[in-house]
Design a protein around this ligand. Structure first.
Ligand code: NAI
Length: 250
C-alpha cells in the first residue's frame, strides 16, 4: 500500500474492536506499518489478517495499557520506535456516581488516563532514543468537554486526557513530538448499535444538531490530519468530530 504514511510505523492500542480496529485499517491503508495492541493478541489476529488481505502490513503485540511492565515489554517487542501512537484503548463506567465503587473508578481512570500516559511516555522515550519526532493521537471524547449522566469517571478521565494532551504537547514540542486529542461524538459501533436503536438512544440522537450518529469513517480525516505530516504545525489541540453535539442548544 502507498499513501501519506509510507515508511511510518503506527501503534494502535485497543485495536481488537470498534474504533481502534477501524483506525488501524485506515493507517495501514495510507501505507503505515501498523502494530495492533490489546490485552489478548489472539483477538487481534482477525484484524491483522483483514489488514493483510487488503494489502496492508500489520503485526500484533500483547499490551495492557494499565500495567507499566506490560507497556515496557510491548515497546521492547516492537523494537523500532513507532512514528505514530494512537492511544485508543478505553472503557466506560455507565454507573450512577452514588453507586460507583472505588474499583470501578480505578479501572476507568487507569485505562483512559494513566494508560494513555504510560503509552505516550513509552512512545516519546522510544522516539527520543531513536532521535526522531513523531505524532501521538489520544482518543478522548466530547465527554471530555461536557457531561452526561452515569459516566462521571469516564467524563473525568477524558477531560483529564484532554489536559494531559496539552501538557505533553508543551513538554515534547522541543523533541519534534506532536501530541493531539481527537474527541469523537457518538459514533456507531457494534457495541452501541442496540442502545441507539432503543427509545433512549433515539432521543439522544435527536439532541445532536446533525440528527444522526457518526460513522467510524467520518473520523478518518481528523485522524490522518493529526497523525500525518499534513498536521505538522498542529500540536496540543483537541479536535472535535461530533455532528455539532457540543454546540447543541442549552
Ligand atoms: P471498544 O470497547 O470497542 O474498544 C475499546 C478497546 O480498548 C477494546 O479493544 C478493548 O479490548 C481495549 N482495551 C480496554 N482496556 C484495555 C487495556 N487495559 N489495555 C489494552 N486495551 C484495552 O470501544 P470503542 O467505542 O471502539 O472506543 C474506542 C475509544 O474511542 C475509547 O477510548 C472510547 O472512549 C473512545 N470513544 C468512543 C466513542 C464511540 O461513540 N464509540 C465516542 C467517543 C470516544
Amino acid at each position: 500500500m502507498t499513501g501519506q504514511l509510507d515508511g511510518k510505523t503506527a501503534l494502535v492500542t485497543g485495536a481488537s474492536s470498534g474504533l481502534g480496529r477501524h483506525f488501524a485499517g485506515v493507517l495501514a491503508g495510507q501505507g503505515a506499518r501498523v502494530v495492533l495492541a490489546a490485552r489478548r493478541p489472539a483477538a487481534l489476529e482477525a484484524a491483522r489478517a483483514e489488514i493483510a488481505a487488503a494489502g496492508g502490513t500489520a503485526s500484533t503485540v500483547a499490551l495492557d495499557v494499565t500495567d507499566p511492565a506490560s507497556v515496557e515489554a510491548a515497546f521492547a517487542e516492537i523494537g523500532a520506535a513507532p512514528d505514530i501512537v494512537v492511544n485508543n484503548a478505553g472503557i466506560s463506567d455507565n454507573q450512577p456516581a452514588l453507586e460507583m465503587d472505588a474499583a470501578m473508578w480505578d479501572r476507568v481512570v487507569d485505562t483512559n488516563l494513566k494508560g494513555a500516559f504510560l503509552v505516550a511516555q513509552a512512545g516519546a522515550r522510544a522516539l527520543r532514543a531513536a532521535g526522531k519526532g513523531g505524532s501521538i493521537v489520544n482518543i478522548a471524547s466530547i465527554l471530555g468537554h461536557r457531561v452526561a449522566g452515569n459516566v462521571s469517571a469516564y467524563a473525568a478521565s477524558k477531560a483529564g486526557l484532554v489536559q494531559l494532551t496539552k501538557a505533553l504537547a508543551l513538554e515534547w514540542a522541543r523533541h519534534g513530538i506532536r501530541v493531539n486529542a481527537l474527541c469523537p461524538g457518538y459514533i456507531e459501533t457494534d457495541l452501541n448499535r442496540d442502545f441507539f436503536a432503543s427509545d433512549a438512544g433515539k432521543a439522544l440522537i435527536r439532541r445532536i444538531p446533525q440528527r444522526r450518529l457518526g460513522q467510524p469513517a467520518e473520523l478518518d480525516g481528523a485522524l490522518l490530519l493529526l497523525a500525518s505530516d499534513a498536521g505538522s504545525y498542529i500540536t496540543g489541540t483537541a479536535l472535535v468530530a461530533d455532528g455539532g453535539h457540543l454546540v447543541s442548544s442549552l
